[in-house]
Design a protein around this ligand. Structure first.
Ligand code: NAI
Length: 251
């Protein structure tokens, strides 16, 4: 096949969902996908409040109050999409949380909530969207893993397990989704400067920055542009891949 005539708006006519879009990496993903021509459904928990509608307004998209862990999340989403757009082309599972504690104090509540948001929810939603036929032929699923799921971090057994789980899930879902001409890939960001990492103690934050061979923290746009590549026709033949963003890990 030949190259597209123009790369100005590679996602023109596409409908994208970004979870956790109210702030941080998710808000920048919404901006970049919208710049590339997609209509972006910006989803986040009801508590995200005004921040979510601000993102949606900024990118000319739609806001959707959606807790990805709620049992009917996929149904609510499928209904929203079917009524307004017919189907979905791009799904970015960006919503994520940390509940850090050293191993001896890692209680079930922390373990379950992190696995629930970061791993179980993307799995349940992708599975349901495929079952209900909401995800269009040629669709793209993009998950957000983390360097913590590859290298490991003190105090993050729950988070590391969830993000390593995302990698295994992507590898397993890729051949199944390929049958429907849908690709699935993931980014594994290193230390990215957001509200999530601003909450980390100063010394740990500095160590996080030095962990990258680029010797600095990444920006949300670095992650978003890699996701835009996975969403675009430039990656038609790419599936089941995990791309680290913000340098190799030095640990
Ligand atoms: P953030 O905390 O700034 O934003 C996360 C967003 O997800 C928030 O708006 C939050 O309300 C939303 N969210 C949380 N639980 C949700 C739920 N149940 N349903 C719907 N939305 C929910 O975090 P940040 O830094 O932007 O992270 C985004 C993703 O990138 C996460 O998956 C995170 O694990 C991952 N990541 C972040 C890194 C970093 O250095 N900031 C490094 C590697 C991965």
């Amino acid at each position: 096949s030949t190259a597209p005539a123009s790369w100005d708006k590679p996602l023109e006519g596409k409908v994208a969902l970004v979870t956790g879009a109210a702030r941080g990496i998710g808000a920048t993903i919404a901006e970049v996908l919208s710049r590339d021509g997609a209509h972006v459904i910006c989803a986040d928990i009801p508590a995200a409040g005004e921040a979510l509608s601000e993102t949606a307004n900024k990118v000319g998209g739609t806001s959707l109050a959606l807790d990805v862990t709620s049992p009917d999340a996929a149904d609510v989403l499928a209904k929203h999409v079917k009524e307004r757009h017919g189907g979905l082309d791009i799904v970015v599972h960006n919503a994520g949380i940390t509940r850090d504690k050293l191993l001896a104090n890692m209680d079930d509540a922390r373990w379950n909530s992190v696995i629930g948001v970061n791993l179980a929810a993307p799995h349940r939603i992708t599975s349901s969207l495929v079952k209900s036929g909401t995800l269009n032929e040629g669709g793209r699923v993009i998950d957000v893993s983390s360097i913590a799921g590859i290298a490991g971090n003190r105090g993050q057994t729950n988070y590391g397990a969830s993000k390593a789980g995302v990698i295994g899930m992507v590898h397993a879902e890729a051949p199944e989704l390929a049958k429907k001409n849908i690709t699935i890939n993931a980014v594994a960001p290193g230390f990215i400067e957001t509200a999530m990492t601003a909450a980390i103690p100063f010394a740990t934050r500095e160590a996080g920055r030095r962990m990258s061979s680029l010797l600095q923290g990444g920006q949300t746009v670095d992650v978003a542009e890699t996701i835009a590549y996975f969403a675009s026709p430039a990656s038609n033949a790419v599936t089941g891949q995990i791309v680290r963003v913000c340098g190799q890990s030095l640990i």
